[in-house]
Ligand binder design. Sequence first.
Ligand code: ATP
Ligand code: MG
Length: 212
Amino acid sequence: MKIIAILNEKGGTGKSTLSTNIATALHRAGKKVVLVDADPQGTSRDWREASPPDADLPPVVALDRPQMLVGSLPTLSANDFVIIDGPAKAGDMAASIVRVAHVALIVIQPSGADIWASAATVKLIRSKIDVGGAIDAAFLVNRTSGSTKLSKQMLTGEWNEYGIDQLDSTIGNRVAFAQALTDGISVYDLADGQAKAEIDFVIQELEKAKWV
Ligand SMILES: Nc1ncnc2c1ncn2[C@@H]1O[C@H](COP(=O)(O)OP(=O)(O)OP(=O)(O)O)[C@@H](O)[C@H]1O
Ligand SMILES: [Mg+2]
């Protein structure tokens, strides 16, 4: 069982959007996947409830209290992957998620506010690494718009002084992502080929790094 946490205490960076699509990508690749909604706001739960009855999507379980999460993980051990959609709040929950995660993806949008606001998540990850804990972590830049100066700056990685790498794959600002979340489906169920390719590239990059 590999635990992949999608994090950032900054609200609205795209954690749920990417959790639902990454979980679906692995599920459709034939893996046994469960998506853990660790946010009391319940976006992943709402997403799954909005799904059409015959949708080919991974199950979602709500574990939004630290003890609940840690206590329930053994019951999920038959899965190949547990994807955790993290809360928009640094605190005990985020600390517990980092403690149990094998991989952490910190989702940021191309904006100083998102980068600075991820400091608490970075600190949690660094603290785990500093005491010899095993966790692979990377930033994942979401909602890029290819032509903007800001997006280009983000791609150079110059902004990154956090000692945590940035994935080469990035996710564009695309209506398909918002549509999929709203309709309880994934970008694999929509026509936007670029959105699907972007999620595929993330999975391929994680596979190459042997993180999944
Ligand atoms: N790549 C994208 N392209 C277009 N819209 C996006 C993209 N990523 C996220 N969004 C939209 O941005 C909003 C916030 O996304 P999401 O709910 O995934 O963020 P979050 O980090 O989970 O938020 P919270 O911190 O509140 O849990 C949603 O309306 C979503 O549809
Ligand atoms: Mg969310």
